[in-house]
Design a protein around this ligand. Sequence first.
Ligand code: F6P
Length: 350
Amino acid sequence: MAGSKKIRKIGILTGGGDCPGLNAVIRAIVRKGIDKYGYDMVGIKRGYAGLLERDVSPLDLRSASGILHRGGTILGTSRTNPFKMEAGEEKIKDSFKKLGLDALIAIGGEDTLGVANKISKMGLNIIGVPKTIDNDLSATDFTFGFDTAINIVTDAIDRLHTTAESHDRVMVVEVMGRHAGWIATYGGMAGGADIILIPEEPFDIDEVCNLIKKRHKRGKNFSIVVVAEGAKPKDIKKFVTKDESIDAFGHIKLGGIGEALSKEIEKRTEFETRAVVLGHIQRGGSPTAFDRVLGTRYGIAAIDLVAQGKFGMMPSLQGNKIVAVKLEKAVAKLKTVDKDIYDIAKVFFG
Ligand code: F6P
C-alpha cells in the first residue's frame, strides 16, 4: 500500500517546460531530505524520460548547493509522457523497483502532474510540486516561475514603451501562457499595456483598432498591445500555430498571433505597427525573489509530505499559506484568468 513502507530513497524529477525556480525546489528538497530525514536522494534526468531509462545521478548536499539563483533545472527536463509509450505503466513500476525508489517527487505543470496523478493511482508513492510560468494549475493561487515570467514581460514592455513613443508606433507584444491569459494579464497590467488580449475572451479586431484610434485622437501617438499566444479573434475557430505538430500530451505549438494581429492593425488603422515575440526569454534566467522563496517553501513542504506518508498530494499556495491538496484536484481543470482581474485590466484599455 502507498505510504506504508519505510522511506529511504527518494527520486526527484523535473518535467515539461523549464522555468526559473526549479533549482530552488530541488535544493530545498535535498537539503531537508538529507539533513532532517536522512534520506538517500537521487536526481532523475530529463523528466519521465530519465525515469523510464533509469538515467539518474545521486543528489547530495554538494550537488544541490549554489543553485538557488540559477534558472533552468540541474536535472534537465523533457515533455515525455510515459503513458504514451508501449508498456509505459510496467516500465514505470520496473524503474521504481530497479532504482529502489520508495518515493518520487515530480516537479511540473499540468502534464507532469497529470502523469504523477496516474502514477499515484497505480499505488506508487508520489508527490507533485506545482511549476509553470503559465500559472494555469488549479488548486493553487500561484505556481512558481510565473512571477519571474511576468517580471520579464513587464521589463520588456517598459523598454518597448520608449521606442514605441519615439517612433509613434503600435507595438504588439506576444507572450506565452498557452490556453490561459495569466502572463498577458499580469505582465500587461504591470507594464501599463493599452490593450490586453487573452484566450479567455476572444477579441473583435474592429474593437481593438477603435481603441487604438481613440488613443491617437487623445494625442497618444503610440500604443502597446499585449496578446497571449492562445488568444484569437471571435470569428476564427483555429488558434494561430507555428506548425501542425502535436506533442506527447496533445498540445499544439502556439505562436504567430502577434505578427498576424500587427499586420491587421496596420492595415486597418494605417498606424505603423511592429510585432515582438518574447518567447522563451520569459522562461530563462534567474528566478525573482518571490519565486525563490515560493520554490523553497514548496520544496520543504514536498519533503515533509513524503516524511508524513501523504502521497498523491501537492503543496499549494492558498493566500499566504502552503496547503497540501490532492494531485487530482490540481489537474482536474485548467485554471483560467479570473474575470475580476481582467476587468481591472480593461479599465486601462484605449
Ligand atoms: O507551458 C510553458 C510554455 O512556455 C507555454 O507558455 C508555451 O506555450 C510552451 O511552454 C512552449 O513550449 P516549448 O518550450 O516546448 O516550445
